[in-house]
Design a protein around this ligand. Structure first.
Ligand SMILES: NC(=O)c1ccc[n+]([C@@H]2O[C@H](COP(=O)([O-])OP(=O)(O)OC[C@H]3O[C@@H](n4cnc5c(N)ncnc54)[C@H](OP(=O)(O)O)[C@@H]3O)[C@@H](O)[C@H]2O)c1
Length: 244
């Protein structure tokens, strides 16, 4: 079984990605600070048909100094790492002039610094195998304006720059690096959206609907598959035509 790390798999997009990949034949190691009841239920449902396909590691990804040791431990326990899905993220909203400096620093630490450092150590395993797939979960907010999300948008745009340059750096080793830019999805992160905002998103989307977590999971599964072997350095927008 090919090993794939999915960060932020305890709920929302990450849970759907981890479950889809585990049911699709990968061995998934998902990382979050707390193992949720939803993740335990998903793992139990997958276990009979795919034994040992979904694992959990409790880890705070803002503890970047400990990431090297975490990756070393995972390699020892599970073997070579084929995939990395950098999904964990904070969605702190706020008018910039009113945000606390610590809130801005926390956003950058989890959404930008942590995936870059995690990629660095996981890549060392992929380089030995001369194969691997990295998928970074960005957002449509990286390229469209959205009031009260400027600091968040900066972190999501940084992942797109990271994706393009890293794809050039590791392509010759048989490793692909891509990003996905989801539109708005109903998760804990977007709980603060009002009914009116949801309706506006739907009205402004070409397909007149919102996407759901399974749309993103399916796109990640595609980018990890053989069919995507010649795709690297791209940002795949999945937003029901919200930015079309
Ligand atoms: N929802 C949307 O509309 C939307 C749209 C575009 C892009 N995105 C992106 O998609 C990704 C997932 O979003 P979501 O809506 O699924 O978010 P979510 O429901 O808030 O889930 C976030 C996940 O990240 C984990 N996490 C948070 N802080 C962590 C830390 N310090 N260390 C380790 N794990 C941590 C959480 O687990 P713990 O709290 O247990 O640690 C949880 O599993 C994010 O990168 C987000 O920017 C979301």
């Amino acid at each position: 079984m090919l090993n794939v790390i999915v960060t932020g798999g305890s709920r929302g997009l990450g849970l759907a990605i981890a479950s889809t990949l585990a049911a699709g034949g990968y061995r998934v190691i998902t990382i979050a600070r707390t193992e949720s009841a939803q993740l335990r239920t998903a793992a139990a449902a997958i276990e009979p048909e795919h034994p040992g396909a979904l694992h959990f590691r409790a880890f705070d990804l803002t503890n970047t100094a400990a990431i090297a040791a975490l990756v070393g431990d995972l390699r020892k326990e599970f073997g070579p790492l084929y995939g990395l899905v950098n999904n964990a993220g904070l969605g702190t909203a706020g008018v910039l002039t009113m945000m606390r400096d610590e809130q801005i620093e926390s956003l950058v630490r989890l959404n930008t610094i942590s995936p870059i450092i995690l990629s660095k150590y996981v890549l060392r395993s992929m380089m030995v195998e001369r194969a691997g797939r990295i998928v970074n979960i960005s957002s449509i907010v990286a390229s469209t304006g959205y009031s009260a999300l400027s600091a968040y948008a900066a972190t999501k745009a940084s992942l797109i720059g990271f994706t393009r340059s890293l794809a050039r750096e590791v392509g010759q080793l048989g490793i692909t690096v891509n990003a996905i830019a989801p539109g708005f999805v109903d998760t804990e992160m977007t709980q603060a959206l009002s009914g009116g905002q949801r309706e506006q998103i739907i009205r402004r989307s070409a397909l007149r609907r919102m996407i759901d977590v399974d749309d993103i999971a399916a796109s990640v599964e595609f980018l990890l598959s053989k069919n995507a072997r010649n795709i690297t350095g791209i940002t795949l927008t999945v937003d029901a035509g919200n930015t079309a």
